[in-house]
Structures are given as C-alpha cells and as structure tokens.
Design a protein around this ligand. Structure first.
Ligand code: PHE
Length: 339
C-alpha cells in the first residue's frame, strides 16, 4: 500500500471515528466505537500494522500521522465519557429528587382507654399499700358467685343482681367477689389482694351497662379491724380524688360482710345544685362475714378481715365528669381521644 493512500485512509478513519463518537448516546455505544477503531482488530489498529511494514523512509511520516489520529480518537473518547457520566449523574439527581416540603405520612398512635387508666390508677394506690393483684374468670360457678358468699338460692339479694345464667349452676359473674373465694381457697391467711375484672348484670341505661368493671379488695389477717378498712379507704379516696375530699361511711347490707357500709365522697362539679356539693356513693365494703370464712376453711375465731368492691365506670364518671356510661363502650374516637 503506497504511503499517500495510507495517509488518506488515516484521515478518513479519523473523520469517521470522531463523527461516530460524537453521535454516541451511552457508555455501551462508546465502548463499541472504541473497539471498532482501537480494538485488536479495529480499523486504526489494522492500518497501523500496515504502517509497521512500510520501508524505513516512508515509516516516520505515516507513523506520526497514525499516532496523532490515535491520540485524537482517545481524546474524543475521554471527553465523551466525561460528558456521558455528567449527564447520567444529572438525570439521577432529577429522578431521585425527594420533595422535603411534602407533608409526612401521618399515622395515629393508640392510647389507653379511660377505664384502663382508672383501673391502673386504682391498682397503683392499693399496690403501693402492699396489696397484690388477683384475677378470676368471667364465667363463674353459682357456688363461687353466690353460695360461698353467703347468698343461698332464693335469698332476696339474688334479685338485685339480674344474673345472666350460662346454665343452672354457671353464671356470668355479677361481681368480683368470687375472686375473694378463689383467693382464700388457694392461699392460707394472711392475704391482701385487689381483683380487677369484668362483671355482668342484665341491666342497661345511662348509668348501667350489662358489662362493667369492678375492683374487689380483700385483706385478712389476725386482728384486722374496721379502722384498718377506714384507714386504707381514706388513703384511696385522697389519692384518687384529691387530699381534701370529704368522705363518709353509711351503714348498708351485704350478705358476705357484717357490718357492711357504703362509702360516699362529697363531690363538687357539674350538675351539682347549690355549691355545697353532693354525696356520691363510690363503693361497698364491710368486715368479712364469719360464714364466708367457714366456707373457705378459714377459722373466724383466729382471723378477721375486710372486703370492698368498687365500680370502675362509676369512679371514672365521677373523676372525669361523664354522665352517660355508654360513652365508654361506643368507641367514638372523639370521646376516647380526650384522655
Ligand atoms: N360485691 C358487691 C357488689 O358488687 C360489693 C362489695 C364487695 C361489698 C365486697 C362488700 C364487700 O355490689
């Protein structure tokens, strides 16, 4: 191949190479252009082999020209590569852009039900005085719910309970007092427990729900007296409703305590007529009846004790000024979110 033809061909290769590199649109295309001209079998590489075979006098010019063509192609490739990488970076920045001014994806955090809050508060007060917590089943034997608590069949006290019967001898417990029985059957004295749980009575209006919650209390030891009951309940009332809350005991009747009483607190708040406050009943209590001790195998000559039972909904209604018990169970978030 004559030298001038080689020089012409080198010029043509350079033009083709630079044009196709300029038109390349991605890194892959750039790589195949490189292979096409500078690869082992590339157009320039092949021609350079021919240059190597030229006679010595023709070689320098052709060699220099070939090298400068190679340099030009390499430089074009390097510039194109920089350009392509910058373009890719730019499009990724646009694609992956996060709009930090968009509002966040909000999700609601749950909270405790007001009855849970009040139950926890009640348990906290009694546990701080050394009471433990005991629980029993909602479905209870007639024996534990009534019989062992000195309420025999046909006793008029049963009428007050509006009992749901599961079968002849099985009931939905009407109060948490059967947990007293279970606790004493399971443990010898002394005992001091509070027993939270659901109870059921067939009754429904603004202040009665067929399912509601009670907390039972029981303390039995040698020589427990009514003053112990009074002292414990005084602490409870003052922790729950404030240190200056006046309270009073009123005589009452329960088959399983003797003597029995109800505790009222003097309440100031909405719906109260003349600024003097109203007495509101908050719980029933009394000294455990000897017949109950005998039913669980405790010796009434050796031990004595007191028991009390309070309604959680009732306490919550007083504490938060709620007038309809049904609000607790409707699950209206506008109500529940206030606590
Ligand atoms: N069990 C009674 C009730 O539900 C409350 C009570 C409990 C009274 C313990 C005295 C002692 O009405």
């Amino acid at each position: 191949m004559p030298v001038d033809e080689i020089l012409k061909e080198l010029g043509a290769i350079k033009n083709r190479a630079l044009r196709s590199i300029a038109m390349v649109r991605g890194i892959k295309g750039l790589e195949s252009a490189r292979v096409r001209y500078l690869g082992k079998k590339g157009q320039l590489t092949s021609l350079m082999r021919v240059v190597g075979g030229l006679p010595p006098d023709a070689r320098p010019l052709a060699g220099q020209t070939a090298n400068s063509v190679k340099g030009a192609i390499l430089q074009a490739i390097a510039e194109k590569e920089t350009e392509l990488k910058a373009a890719e970076q730019e499009s990724r920045i646009v694609e992956e852009r996060v709009d930090i001014t968009m509002p966040g994806a909000d999700y609601q955090i749950g909270r405790k039900h007001p009855l849970t809050l009040v139950t926890e508060e009640i348990l906290r007060v009694f546990c701080s005085m050394g009471f433990g917590v005991a629980e029993g089943p909602d479905i209870e034997s007639d024996y534990n719910n009534f019989e062992a608590l000195n309420i025999p069949k046909h006793h008029p006290a049963r009428d007050l309970h509006d009992t749901f019967y599961v079968s002849k001898d099985v009931v939905l417990r009407t109060h948490t007092s059967p947990v007293q029985i279970r606790t004493m059957l399971a443990t010898p004295p002394p005992v001091a427990v509070v027993c939270p749980g659901r109870v059921y009575r067939c009754d429904a209006d603004a202040t009665h729900s067929p399912m509601f919650h009670q907390v039972e209390g029981l303390m039995v030891d040698k020589a427990i007296s009514f003053s112990d009951l009074k002292g414990i309940l005084e602490v409870f009332v003052h922790e729950m409703f404030g240190p200056d809350t006046p309270f009073r005991f009123r005589p009452h009747y329960f088959p399983f305590t003797e003597p029995s009483c109800e505790l009222d607190i003097l309440f100031h708040g909405e719906g109260e007529p003349n600024g003097e406050g109203v007495w509101l009943e908050v719980l029933g209590a009394g000294m455990v009846h000897p017949a109950v001790f005998e039913n669980v195998g405790y010796d009434p000559q050796k031990v004595s004790g007191f028991a009390f039972g309070l309604g959680v909904e009732r306490l919550a209604m007083i504490k938060y000024g709620i007038s309809d018990i049904r609000l607790f169970f409707e699950n209206d978030l506008r109500f529940l979110q206030q606590f």
